[in-house]
Design a protein. Structure first.
Length: 68
């Protein structure tokens, strides 16, 4: 293999590696955005659950079922 051929192969490999790195970066960015969204939703649901617990008259096991 001559130097030009080896250099061409290295350039091709570098181009593929750069493309793969860009694709992986895009995936990481999308996952980070989704993680942030899910974190906000969990925090919202947690706040709602705490609100329901604060306004609840008692424990569910202490409440009389509706058929009594």
């Amino acid at each position: 293999m001559n130097t030009t051929t080896r250099l061409d192969e290295l350039e091709i490999r570098l181009a593929y590696a750069a493309d793969a790195l860009e694709q992986l970066n895009d995936v990481v960015v999308r996952q980070q955005n989704l993680l942030e969204l899910l974190t906000r939703e969990v925090m919202s649901l947690k706040a709602q659950a705490e609100g329901y617990a604060a306004t609840s008259p008692g424990k569910p096991e202490e409440e009389i079922p509706p058929h009594y």
